[in-house]
Ligand binder design. Structure first.
Ligand code: KIV
Length: 294
């Protein structure tokens, strides 16, 4: 056993209690996220595709990590998310889960059900969700309106937390005619609202709202008390925010979407950029509705 020596060469006062170790962070869970939502504390989310970035985002205090099928574009060089397979999602979910495990991370891990892995039947969705949950996900995300309600209910009743996704749903980019803002007309906004209420009733615990007008996202956020809205290009009034990790670090092959802020450009490194993102979402300085809302 070694005896601690103070800089002055004397023994420390034996009557002083030892310094307390840093308090371990509590793992994020559905009740904790629901509590944040109820208290109006903004929820932070970023995509993650590998172990190292997952551990870094967790250390920066990002609460939710999404293994998004955007990895098709970011990691695989695809033109859309349509070509991403369940096996690829399983692989990246395992990588991210391992990264979190290595650092005793606390982030809530969400994995995207890719195109073609849940549309056929609710049983197909359950089989696909099982693959991702066994790879380490805590929740699965799927895209689409009212037709997904039955699937969401089926999964939620079987203990699989579900995040829904409305607005611009990249897996249906070909049907939507491009990556464009959704819910702009009165009729489209009313339909989006009906779908959101249906998905909440079916048991969706979270709802990503992608590229919808800020006013619509704000109204939905107030109306959906049991389902936390997470915005991307949807203004600042949502319960939380998500960005594609590479976009917010300023790493992309083409032009980034208009709503993205490059946190790397204003920080000294990746860890600082991740911390700046968490701070900006929490203090509501990101997103800036004057610059990024439709
Ligand atoms: O796949 C993804 O990265 C996503 C986010 C853009 C929400 O679905």
């Amino acid at each position: 056993m070694s005896i601690a020596i103070t800089p002055e060469g004397t023994r420390p006062d034996a009557t002083l209690p030892p310094p307390s170790p840093p308090s371990p962070r509590k793992p994020l869970s559905l009740p904790r996220l629901a509590d944040m939502h109820a208290r109006g504390e903004k929820i932070t989310m970023l995509t993650a595709y590998d172990a190292t970035f997952a551990a870094m985002a967790d250390a920066a205090g990002v609460e939710c990590l999404l293994v998004g099928d955007s990895l098709g574009m970011v990691c695989q060089g695809l033109h859309s998310t349509v070509g991403v397979t369940l096996d690829t999602m399983r692989y990246h979910t395992e990588c991210v889960a391992r990264g979190l495990h290595r650092v005793q991370g606390t982030a809530w891990l969400i994995a995207d059900l890719p195109f073609g892995s849940y549309q056929e039947s609710r049983e197909q969705a359950l089989r696909s969700a099982t693959v991702l949950m066994q790879a380490g996900a805590h929740m699965v995300k799927l895209e689409g309106g009212g037709w997904t309600a039955e699937t969401i209910r089926f999964l939620a009743e079987r203990g699989i937390p579900v995040c829904a996704h409305l607005g611009l749903t990249p897996q249906t980019v070909h049907a939507l005619g491009g990556y464009r803002v959704q819910g702009r007309s009165e009729e489209a906004a009313a339909q989006l609202r009906l779908h959101a209420l249906e998905l909440q009733d079916a048991g969706a615990a979270m709802l990503v709202l992608e590229m919808v007008p800020a006013a619509l996202a704000g109204a939905l956020t107030l109306e959906l008390s049991r389902c936390a809205t997470i915005g991307i290009g949807a203004g600042k009034a949502t319960a939380g925010q998500v960005l594609v990790l590479h976009d917010m670090l300023g790493i992309h092959l083409g032009k980034p979407p208009k709503f993205v802020r490059n946190f790397m450009a204003e920080s000294g490194g990746i860890a600082q950029a991740l911390q700046a993102y968490v701070r900006a979402v929490k203090d509501r300085s990101f997103p800036d509705d004057r610059l990024h809302a439709w």
